[in-house]
Design a protein around this ligand. Structure first.
Ligand SMILES: [Zn+2]
Length: 360
């Protein structure tokens, strides 16, 4: 009988240990209803092609310790940024611009299609594909995007030269703003291998805030980094989507109308061609939630605007959650990125979706 009770004690103890570790696992992966069971850390596809970059990404992955306070999360982020700078070997991010431009022959137009195939002195390719965790609205559809070195995005949309990641698409403003139903997904995007750790840190910070605090979930449905000209395929079907539109493009009104906009295909919404001087051609910039809803005035999500209302990030984020809240810009600045407010796009406009390594 004594043996039996000893056995029972052992079974009970093992059961308690199992229950305890299950509870610990739960605490580590729990925060927020609807969160994925374990967080996805940024990584690059084909790590064997860029092993040093892959290793740095693993080293600077953000922590997901149980019950991390906002302050603990910020300290973790700042320490990882400092580590990333040490591992990449830069003090300021703009040094990456000089290092990348140095790979270009004098007579060659600055082009991502050219640079992405070159290698840095450390043997790493300039172009890598980054996969990062993001929050996306329920029902979002995954849309492939394509890249090329063409004068017109329409050519890319029609010929789809090569895939360059994907974006997430929804039709209604209710879906965009229905924060309680956001889901943890990932996005793939091409980027400069030396900038990859910094892009990854920023996007993972945004994702992690939403992991610990569901009220801070920001949907990232499109990330554009390294490219000359890109578009979704013109072979996608016609769509009708809800868009916000404001009465004036130079006003400060926060009272938009909801318009129903019709597009022949998704390439009309997802496309772009970057100027020769753009840091996108070096893979050293990030566009958050880039899109082109033709026909709306200062519409949603806003990209390039001369509008005063855009400076009220809180109000814009509330109207359309794809507009970045102010804290995202603050964190980008902590990394040393150049913010939209620090330079002028053509015509006194501010490119609110764009952050980069700067030019000087
Ligand atoms: Zn941009």
């Amino acid at each position: 009988m004594r043996f039996r009770s000893a056995l029972w004690s052992l079974v009970l103890a093992l059961g308690l240990i199992a229950a305890g570790s299950a509870a610990a696992r739960c605490a580590a992966s729990q925060p927020g209803a609807g969160a994925a069971p374990t967080p996805f850390h940024p990584k690059i596809l084909e790590p064997a092609r860029a092993p040093k970059t892959a290793r740095i990404l693993r080293q600077v992955a953000l922590s997901y310790k149980p019950h991390m306070s906002a302050r603990a999360r910020d300290i973790d982020f700042l320490q990882k940024v400092a580590l990333a700078k040490r591992l990449v070997g830069v003090r300021r991010l703009v040094e990456l611009r000089r290092q990348t431009l140095a790979l270009l022959p004098l007579d060659q137009e600055v082009s991502w299609e050219y640079l992405r195939r070159r290698h840095f002195a450390n043997g790493e390719p300039v172009g890598v594909t980054l996969q990062v965790p993001v929050w996306v609205p329920a029902g979002a559809k995954r849309i492939q995007t394509y890249c090329g070195f063409d004068k017109k995005w329409q050519t890319v949309a029609e010929t789809t030269p090569r895939p360059s990641g994907y974006v997430w698409f929804v039709r209604t403003m209710h879906q965009v703003n229905d924060q309680a139903k956001y889901q943890a997904k990932t996005i793939q995007v091409e980027v400069n291998s030396k900038f990859a750790p910094f892009a990854a840190l920023l996007v993972e910070y945004i994702f992690r805030e939403g992991w610990y605090d569901p009220a801070k979930r920001v949907p990232l449905m499109s990330l554009r980094m390294g490219e000359d000209t890109y578009a979704a395929s013109a072979a996608t079907p016609p769509v009708t989507v809800q868009c916000l539109s404001f009465p004036k493009d130079d006003g400060d009104s926060f009272d938009p109308t909801v318009d129903y906009c019709h597009y022949q295909n998704l390439a009309e919404i997802y496309h772009g061609r970057h100027a020769v001087a753009s840091n996108h051609r070096l893979g050293l910039a990030i566009d958050f939630n880039d899109s082109n809803y033709r026909g709306v005035v200062d519409g949603a999500p806003n990209a390039i605007s001369r509008d005063l209302r855009q400076y009220n990030r809180k109000a814009m984020h509330k109207l359309d959650a794809r507009n970045l809240p102010a804290w995202v810009y603050r964190v980008a600045k902590w990394e040393g990125c150049r913010l939209p407010q620090e330079w002028c796009y053509t015509g006194y406009c501010t490119d609110w979706e764009h952050i980069d390594v700067g030019t000087k």
